[in-house]
Ligand binder design. Structure first.
Ligand SMILES: Cc1cc2nc3c(=O)[nH]c(=O)nc-3n(C[C@H](O)[C@H](O)[C@H](O)COP(=O)(O)O)c2cc1C
Length: 304
């Protein structure tokens, strides 16, 4: 019998597979398709202080082996998430929950993280300093080591629960940003968010997305994400949640070999709502074929 469990900080996950923020709503929507309790954990849609309608449409575009999104953090606001969405999820799911927090100022991050920290339904707080689809805040905080460190320090001061800083790949030196988060009290690092990208409609000669640019994700970005997980594993001693293009059990193993303790699955959920349970079901036979009895032994095992 293969042991697929992993530990994120002190939190036990029955397997390392987690649906990624923004691709799984608030979780309960997917209970129509399958029992959510098969998942390692659930990561909620990015949440801000006030409700947001997000960007103008079109805000989704296709790309070879991937997709672009410019959703722009559509969400009902932190109060509604904690008082309505989370209790609805908890009726259907008893495993670990990761709240994903976004903001447009340090004060907004602090306000939302403090609220999430006080919720009995939240186990881990993932702080998104990497959204490429909003005009201010978002990715700009994750693009500078100084700002990333400042946000980390500020949310650390108001949170007792584990904090994972979610990083953008749209930087020159991802290791420097991760080190700034570690130095300022982060418990873990999540990466990667989407890669800044665009498409143009060749008939009307206009950008496809109303926002002009969006974030590329899906299998096309997997090797980039893997390289960044590898670099961050070398740079810090924190646990890593790896993501970016994961679509099959083999990708999970590769991410873990690069240094991830757990793995999030994003765009694949939009292509196939059963992506996560299918990946989870595929792990034990794959591990048996690879002669691995405990999945946790893969974490960082490709490093020399
Ligand atoms: C439609 C869509 C919405 C997203 N919304 C969020 C969000 O609210 N917060 C966040 O941190 N990341 C968000 N992301 C980024 C994903 O969580 C993930 O980091 C990224 O898509 C890479 O994983 P993937 O290639 O498996 O999609 C979103 C991605 C997509 C495709």
């Amino acid at each position: 019998m293969v042991d697929t469990s992993v530990k994120l900080c002190d939190i036990q996950l029955k397997n390392p597979v987690i649906p990624a923020s923004g691709t799984f709503g608030f979780g309960h929507e997917f209970a129509h398709w399958y029992d959510l309790n098969v998942l390692g954990a659930i990561c909620l849609k990015g949440t801000t202080k006030d409700p947001r309608f997000g960007n103008e449409t079109p805000r989704i575009a296709e790309a070879p082996a991937g997709m672009l999104n410019a959703v722009g953090l559509q969400n009902p606001g932190i109060e509604a998430v904690l008082e309505t969405e989370l209790p609805a999820l908890r009726k259907l799911y008893s495993g670990p929950v990761i709240a994903n927090i976004s903001g447009f100022s340090k004060e907004e991050y602090v306000f939302c993280c403090e609220k999430a920290d006080q919720s009995p339904h939240v186990d881990i707080i993932e702080v998104n300093i990497s959204c490429p689809n909003v005009q201010s805040g978002g990715m700009s905080f994750g693009a500078s080591a100084k700002d990333a460190g400042e946000i980390t320090k500020a949310v650390r001061a108001v949170c007792k629960k584990p904090i994972f800083m979610k990083l953008t790949p749209n930087v020159t030196d991802i290791a420097e940003i991760a080190r700034a988060c570690e130095a300022n009290g982060a418990d873990g690092i999540s990466l990667i968010n989407t890669l800044l990208a665009m498409r143009i409609d060749i008939k009307n000669r206009k950008p496809v997305l109303a926002n002009t640019t969006g974030g590329l994700s899906g299998p096309a970005v997997f090797p980039v994400a893997l390289r960044m997980v590898w670099q961050v594993y070398k740079a810090v001693k924190l646990p890593i949640i790896g993501m970016g293009g994961v679509s099959c059990p083999e990708d999970v193993v590769e991410m873990m070999l690069a240094g991830a303790t757990a793995v999030q699955v994003g765009a694949s959920n939009l292509q196939n709502p059963f992506a996560c349970p299918e990946i989870i079901d595929g792990l034990p036979p794959l591990l048996e074929r690879l002669g691995v009895s405990r999945i946790a032994e893969l974490i960082g095992a490709a490093h020399y």
